[in-house]
Design a protein around this ligand. Sequence first.
Ligand code: 6GU
Length: 206
Amino acid sequence: MKRAADKGLLTVKVHHLRDWAVNAYGMIDDYQFGGGAGMVMMCEPLFNAIEQLNAKYAFDEIIYLTPDGEVFNQGMANSLSLKGNLLFICGHYKGIDERVREHLITKEISIGDYVLSGGELAAAVVIDSIGRLIPGVLNDETSALFDSFQDNLLAPPVYTRPVQFREWKVPEILMSGDHKKIEEWRFEQALSRTKDRRPDLLNDEE
Ligand code: 6GU
């Protein structure tokens, strides 16, 4: 993200919902109708904040980070990296009033099947993964082309010097200089690693 920001390719701005609070106490949440523990983030601050920011930034997506959203993956990172301005809504407590989700939110994302106390870390995860995909952010050395998941395969094993560490040697093929054979080996390794660890990746077309 620093690389992207330094190159002027990515800017992250943080907005505080309390700036749109409904009263002088900074109120942005309230008890839920129907009863039950936990507060709900109110419509009014969220509508005012989102509409005001949208008038300025014309967001391509208004994204709500929530454990019941679509589970984030590399395909979603790829498509989001091609968009312009994005707004991430980070909920707390029991979440946000359903009317905000129905009428303002354009995409709902979860980063996995576990619960965080707020959406901020999820937003940071999503922004990091999108940021590194923005054209011009990565150089050859950090290229995303060969990442795990880029082609629904896990990445193959990698080695660096020395050729032998204790009794463990680097696979001979990698020192052969035969680039075609090396690519074949890497593909086989990626495939067997994926079959072994993440067979689910081989069956879903995303
Ligand atoms: Cl996006 N938000 C929260 N609060 N918890 C989560 C999540 C998001 N994704 C997984 N757990």
